[in-house]
Design a protein around this ligand. Structure first.
Ligand SMILES: *[C@@H]1O[C@H](CO)[C@@H](O)[C@H](O)[C@H]1NC(C)=O
Ligand SMILES: *[C@@H]1O[C@H](CO)[C@@H](O)[C@H](O)[C@H]1NC(C)=O
Ligand SMILES: *[C@@H]1O[C@H](CO)[C@@H](O)[C@H](O)[C@H]1NC(C)=O
Ligand SMILES: *[C@@H]1O[C@H](CO)[C@@H](O)[C@H](O)[C@H]1NC(C)=O
Ligand SMILES: *[C@@H]1O[C@H](CO)[C@@H](O)[C@H](O)[C@H]1NC(C)=O
Length: 429
């Protein structure tokens, strides 16, 4: 009996000591697996339950699971720097050409002004704040089905979104930011800002991460290895990864920029199909001309030959392509003309800030303040020469009104979600 008591006492004592040890060292154990991502921010700004290995294995297969994003980013950046400096003259020339192309795109994005242009005059802070609330309220109303057209995916939950459709949501864990990028809506400049904030790209001249968005070469920022996106961070059937995702979506500052849907469409057409873009000619232009321009026989191999032969797609052919049910069946819309509601899932992701290209400067100022980075960087300034003409009338001149209305139906959710009025000049001439 005495032995039994002694054993029991020893067992209880042992358990107590073990519990005590666990309590004392719990923080360290937690740190081992749950240490937040490293980066510009520190302490309270960081995600308390996001392991640093978040996307490590997939993005950087050669590194171990505990490597942080910043060292991953530094590796990426170092690679990019090396590439930048070892490139041949030919490659450099091509790079500069691409930069100019990007620059032109940005300038185009900034050039255009639409109906909301006049709003810029009246934007003291209080009005700004109310405007954001109104934009968000409007989005919630449309999402709840109030006085708005039905659209696919409106009522699904975040979990029901196929993971591959989350790839436009760029995540910066260190700064707790999620940016949904929409092509043709100042996305190059916002990506430059994201690259500076996440310190993921090293400047070859200083050897340090870029600190000024304007100094970041535009052609480099579309390289997806510079960012984590929600698709790459999602691990199927992993409850931990789902939990982290929910945490990110709840606590991070989430933003996107939108613009008038028809003007965005015209801009995409001008930039990708009307200009001399080899890739888009091969992937889309040629097929569009063949099918909707009813051109038989062989079409030119290169875009320059096509331009010379007058065989570029017209805006009308492009619109016919968009409205052809076969287009979606074969392949989802290219991101340059995919609707914002399908790129950014505004009914599932509760955005904190909705910027508009039409009020880019005041919106950018306001967002940088909201992100608390306004003392660190400035949004790259575009040329301040916005034409006051509405483009739509001219571009749609050749297109039958019934076709215009069908096209409106296709983009109606974007018009409604983001508060762009029905373009009467196009639909009811
Ligand atoms: C972390 O935060 C402390 C206090 O807020 C600050 O003094 C320190 O410089 C920060 N470190 C980094 C790496 O940002
Ligand atoms: C993107 O960056 C990676 C890693 O630095 C590099 O290997 C790759 O070639 C880049 N891609 C493009 C299209 O520049
Ligand atoms: C999302 O991230 C993955 C992994 O890094 C990458 O392969 C993919 O291209 C990214 N998608 C986009 C649209 O950037
Ligand atoms: C995830 O789970 C579902 C059902 O439980 C299963 O059908 C699917 O194959 C799993 N996916 C992976 C990648 O394990
Ligand atoms: C703005 O652009 C128009 C035509 O593109 C040009 O004529 C005008 O001089 C420009 N204005 C400024 C201030 O640059």
């Amino acid at each position: 009996m005495g032995t039994w008591r002694a054993l029991r006492a020893a067992f209880i004592l042992g358990s107590l000591v073990t519990s005590l040890l666990i309590m004392v060292y719990w923080d360290d154990i937690g740190d081992l697996t749950l240490s937040p991502l490293q980066g510009r921010g520190n302490g309270s700004r960081q995600c308390p339950s996001c392991p640093r290995a978040a996307a490590g294995p997939r993005l950087a297969p050669s590194t171990d699971r505990t490597q942080s994003t910043s060292s991953f980013a530094a590796t990426t950046a170092a690679k990019l720097t090396v590439e930048g400096t070892t490139g041949t003259t030919e490659e450099q020339k091509q790079g500069e050409e691409e930069d100019r192309e990007e620059q032109r795109e940005e300038e185009e994005e900034a050039e255009e002004e639409t109906r909301e242009g006049e709003e810029r005059g009246r934007s003291p802070a209080s009005v700004d704040g109310r405007e954001q609330e109104e934009r968000k309220q409007r989005m919630m109303d449309v999402c709840s089905g109030k006085d708005a057209a039905e659209f696919p995916g409106r009522t699904r939950t975040f979990e029901q979104i196929p993971h591959k459709e989350l790839d436009h949501l760029i995540v910066d864990d260190a700064n707790q930011i999620i940016y949904c990028y929409v092509p043709k809506v100042a996305c190059t400049n916002w990506k430059r800002v994201m690259v500076v904030l996440s310190r993921s790209l090293i400047s070859p001249s200083s050897g340090k991460p870029y600190s000024d968005p304007e100094a970041v070469p535009p052609r480099l920022v579309h390289n997806s290895t510079l960012y984590h996106n929600l698709t790459s961070l999602m691990r199927p059937n992993d409850s931990q990864s789902l939990h982290q995702m929910a945490h990110r979506l709840q606590t991070y500052t989430k933003f996107l920029f939108v613009r008038d849907p028809f003007v965005r469409l015209i801009s995409a057409f001008r930039n990708k199909l009307d200009g001399a873009n080899e890739q888009f000619y091969r992937d889309f232009g040629r097929g569009i001309v063949r099918r909707y321009g009813h051109v038989s026989g062989s079409l030119p191999e290169s875009v320059s030959e096509a331009i010379a032969a007058g065989l570029k797609p017209t805006f009308q052919q492009f619109v016919t392509y968009l409205l052809d049910p076969d287009t979606e069946k074969k392949r989802v819309f290219n991101e340059h003309w995919r609707q914002v509601y399908r790129l950014c899932h505004p009914c599932q992701v509760k955005y904190d800030f909705i910027g508009r290209l039409e009020t880019l400067e005041p919106d950018a100022d306001r967002l940088l303040r909201l992100l608390k980075v306004d003392h660190l960087l400035r949004f790259p300034s575009g040329p301040h020469n916005r034409s006051a003409v509405s483009w739509e009338k001219e571009w749609f001149a050749e297109i039958p009104v019934t076709t215009r209305r069908e096209l409106y139906k296709l983009y109606e959710p974007d018009f409604e979600l983001f508060g762009y009025p029905e373009p009467d000049v196009v639909l009811h001439p």
